[in-house]
Design a protein around this ligand. Structure first.
Ligand SMILES: CC(C)(COP(=O)(O)OP(=O)(O)OC[C@H]1O[C@@H](n2cnc3c(N)ncnc32)[C@H](O)[C@@H]1OP(=O)(O)O)[C@@H](O)C(=O)NCCC(=O)NCCS
Length: 222
């Protein structure tokens, strides 16, 4: 079952892989950008960009290098928004035309409990209470990891709209176990989208194949 296809709406094109194929398209500029990285990082960097180019192809965008900006943000072709994620056993990319979508954030994580101490450093008091309730009502999901994953998707959706930092304490996430959606309420002034200030993002999540995946898609103001 495709993970990204489960959480992304139609205007967003996506591609995902669960390993690193031998044959992936790369560009010399990309190879240079990771030339000093460890082999694992080189593989995930190349594979996720291969995925991104497949998704961009579905938008009719010709293959081109996807380099990174000063805050590590992907530099998409003109008129395109998107996001990439990689973790053990997963690489995924999602892209859309700016005419149809204002921002995208995706994040994948292994479906495992967070390492000791991480939850305390990323969760607000309200989120901590929510995690305790969900652990009792829906014990098969690692809600702490899902919270972390939703926060990272929040940052990836936020950054292209603001070009500023957003800390883990700056958004309060509420997860709905029945609809597999979440709301990320911004605790700082939100970005202006088409002249309207966003107070929150809404997202979808899925758990499958030993992974948890979250996606936020910001549509144009109605
Ligand atoms: C940037 C960050 C979200 C990446 O998440 P991660 O789980 O470590 O790694 P992932 O594999 O899922 O994502 C990495 C990709 O994110 C993208 N990314 C990195 N910085 C980014 C930014 N500023 N804006 C948008 N996307 C960014 C890149 O495409 C990167 O892949 P690449 O280096 O191969 O190009 C994370 O490292 C981070 O800095 N988090 C702190 C900020 C945060 O999450 N705040 C919470 C707000 S509620």
């Amino acid at each position: 079952m495709p993970l990204l296809g489960d959480v992304l709406p139609a205007p967003v094109m996506w591609s995902e892989l669960f390993d690193d194929p031998d044959e992936v398209t790369t560009f010399p500029e990309e190879d240079a950008a990771v030339s000093r990285a460890v082999p694992k990082r080189q593989r995930e960097y190349r594979t996720v960009r291969h995925c991104a180019r497949l998704a961009l192809g579905s938008l009719g965008v010709a293959p081109a290098p996807i380099l990174s900006g000063p805050k590590r943000e992907p530099l998409w072709p003109e008129g395109v928004v998107g996001a990439m994620t990689h973790c053990a056993g997963y690489r995924g990319a999602a892209v859309a035309r700016w005419a149809e979508v204002r921002s995208v954030g995706i994040d994948a994580e292994p479906h495992q409990a967070l390492p000791d101490g991480v939850q305390a450093s990323v969760a607000t008091d309200g989120e901590t209470a929510q995690l305790a309730r969900l652990a009792v009502s829906h014990p098969t999901v690692h809600w702490d990891r899902l919270l972390f994953c939703a926060k990272e998707a929040t940052y990836k959706a936020w950054f292209p709209l603001t070009r500023t930092w957003l800390g883990f304490e700056d958004a309060d996430i509420r997860m709905d176990p029945d609809t597999r959606t979440f709301t990320s309420t911004l605790l700082v002034p939100g970005p202006l989208v088409d002249g309207e200030r966003l107070g929150s993002f809404t997202g979808r999540w899925t758990v499958d194949a030993g992974l948890v995946l979250t996606a936020i898609v910001v549509l144009p103001a109605a």
